[in-house]
Design a binder for this molecule. Structure first.
Ligand code: TYD
Length: 201
């Protein structure tokens, strides 16, 4: 596949979405850019998202992991893979690492098991680069805004997610860029830009 696949990860409210749209604007001057998100990115995956994030829904951890993976399977097949095949840049707000950290680590299902389910769901399609926007968890939950089902899990859960993401990043330093998200929007955007491979900038 000739495109570039970049995933953004981070604990809730790390400023991912803002940084992703700034990067999309900048890369869009030279390339076709597809901005997408998880759970979501296709009509079916967006419908699964509603179910996953509704605060009045209660489900088992395995059901949750499978629903995230099901949404991802459709997202890869219908949105991500075709875009990469035509040479576009795909910027996804979250991808498999979210499942490894949230369901694998924080929910306790185990990283290896969740990874196995996701390998099947994605057919092995994986980001060329994963940008992790890192913030101490107390800071991130202190920001204002609506709280969905995952966000309402509390600070200990968020701390486990952060630890999980940092461990994944340490496992593969070439594919990850861990960025301190506590700076100004411009400072963080510069660090994000610097992590994009030269040939795409
Ligand atoms: P969203 O509103 O997109 O949050 P954020 O802006 O923090 O990305 O909600 C997605 C939520 O779902 C978020 O709390 C992370 C969680 N999530 C998982 O638990 N597993 C996954 O595989 C994905 C993609 C997201």
């Amino acid at each position: 596949m000739s495109g570039l696949f970049v995933a953004f990860e981070g604990v809730d409210r790390s400023g991912k979405t803002t940084q992703l749209s700034l990067l999309a604007e900048r890369l869009g001057e030279k390339h076709e850019v597809v901005v997408t998100r998880e759970p979501g990115g296709t009509p079916v995956a967006e419908a699964i998202r509603v179910l996953l994030l509704a605060d009045d829904v209660n489900m088992s951890a395995r059901c949750e992991a499978l629903l995230f993976a099901a949404a991802r399977a459709d997202h890869v097949e219908r949105t991500i893979r075709p875009a990469l095949e035509r040479g576009a840049v795909v910027l996804s707000d979250r991808f498999v690492d979210s499942s490894l950290a949230y369901q694998g680590v924080a929910r306790g299902l185990g990283v290896d098991e969740v990874e196995r389910v996701n390998m099947w769901a994605t057919g092995g399609v994986a980001p060329d680069l994963t940008i992790m926007l890192d913030l101490p968890t107390g800071t991130s939950t202190a920001r204002d805004g609506e709280v969905d089902r995952m966000e309402s899990e509390g600070e200990l859960f968020q701390a486990r997610v952060r630890r999980g993401l940092l461990d994944l990043a340490a496992r593969d330093v070439h594919r990850y860029s861990v960025i301190d998200a506590s700076g100004t929007i411009e400072e963080v955007a510069d660090l994000v830009w610097a992590s994009i491979p030269d040939e795409w900038r």
